[in-house]
Design a protein around this ligand. Structure first.
Ligand SMILES: [Zn+2]
Ligand SMILES: [Zn+2]
Length: 113
């Protein structure tokens, strides 16, 4: 996972902080977690945006954008609050693939029909 750009939470558009979840002594996964209080939102380069729940399989967003080149779930890299546009970037290092989406004023993702 690249570290030059930090992902933003897809609910709060807050910068997410890197975290490591130790599964066992020699296996751990890296992910990013929203820094907002009580927000459980995470981004991992394998799953995309998920809210982890104990003993439940992760629920992957059906509208999660993916990099066309790598097939990776893309993360929100920036928010233009003037135009209400979010930009997505690929978690693969040096990948220049980007995507953008419109959000409603105030912050929620606009749902496409
Ligand atoms: Zn959040
Ligand atoms: Zn890519």
């Amino acid at each position: 996972m690249r570290i030059d750009i930090l992902p933003l939470c897809d609910k709060h558009y807050r910068t997410m902080a890197p975290a490591v979840a130790p599964f066992s002594a020699d296996y751990s996964i890296e992910f990013f977690q929203c820094t907002a209080e009580f927000c459980q939102r995470c981004f991992s380069e394998r799953l995309g945006y998920v809210t982890p729940k104990r003993n439940e399989p992760p629920l992957i967003r059906s509208d999660q954008p993916r990099c066309e080149q790598h097939g990776r779930p893309m993360f929100i890299s920036s928010l233009d609050r003037q135009r209400n546009v979010i930009r997505y970037a690929c978690p693969e290092e040096n990948c220049r693939e980007t995507s953008s989406d419109n959000i409603e004023a105030g912050g929620q993702l606009r749902h496409h029909p």
